[in-house]
Design a binder for this molecule. Structure first.
Ligand code: IDP
Ligand code: MG
Length: 140
């Protein structure tokens, strides 16, 4: 079933000039961008995005990191996009990510781990709508 998921290329990966390589990995996996936006995420925007993690000890550090530099926010479309994108990203901790994954290639540590990906259809719906109005999603 064709699905859409939200991806973010985080500030650490943008800083490393890895945008092109990461988008190439999405496309190589059959995850086609249907929306792309580069932005600086204000801290309150990062806090709203990661609201589910509000109680976690790393919440302040994580949202400060996400607001620390430009990010690239994308909507990816493809068959079973949510799970296949999570598989392509690899484990949250890059040290545990397997070869061939984005986090293995570009992640620095468990916090600065290069990319974000929605983890369920409900999350994807919320996260896509958080950054993109429906009319910004192109048909392909
Ligand atoms: P995920 O990005 O693999 O879905 P989550 O558990 O949803 O992982 O955590 C969201 C983000 O919070 C991670 O991508 C990472 O940047 C950061 N994070 C997760 N766990 C830790 C931690 O133990 N210490 C510091 N940052 C963390
Ligand atoms: Mg998550």
């Amino acid at each position: 079933m064709s699905e859409r998921t939200l991806a973010i290329i985080k500030p650490d990966a943008v800083k490393k000039d890895a945008i092109g390589d990461i988008i190439k990995m999405y496309e190589g996996a059959g995850l086609r961008p249907v929306a792309i936006r580069m932005m600086r995420m204000p801290k309150p925007t990062a806090e709203g995005f990661y609201a589910v993690h509000k109680a976690r000890p790393f919440f302040d550090s994580l949202t400060t990191f996400m607001a620390s530099g430009p990010v690239v926010v994308l909507v990816l479309e493809g068959k079973d996009a949510i799970k296949r994108h999570r598989d392509l990203m690899g484990a949250t901790d890059p040290a545990k990510a397997v070869a061939g994954t984005i986090r293995k290639a570009h992640g620095t540590n468990i916090e600065y781990n290069a990319v974000h990906g929605s983890d369920s259809p409900e999350t994807a719906r919320f996260e896509i709508g958080y950054f993109f109005p429906e009319m910004d999603l192109v048909a392909r």
